[in-house]
Design a protein around this ligand. Sequence first.
Ligand code: SF4
Length: 97
Amino acid sequence: MNKKQIEKRVLRTIEKAISLSFAIAFGKRVKPSVIAKRVEVCSKCENVQYKGKFKVMRCSVCNCPLTKDNRLLNLAGFQETRHYGCKHPDGSKWKGL
Ligand code: SF4
């Protein structure tokens, strides 16, 4: 990985951290039923990955965790905004949920 790629990766990580921080601080939590529906959509998405020893579901677009439970670090746990939510290249797959 060259310096430019590293810089790009660091900037993306900072961007994600800010977006997640805003969601945690000001975002509205969604109902557990909505989380479950979103995770169901994600489980069929080509961008989902299962990482680590516990095979945690993650979105490869933003590298955020996706879980059915109501934990804080869960991409599916907050209402979507312009900067936060499903960032599928074709548009959000969570529309209407
Ligand atoms: S792109 Fe959207 S639907 Fe696909 S895994 Fe990521 S959050 Fe889920």
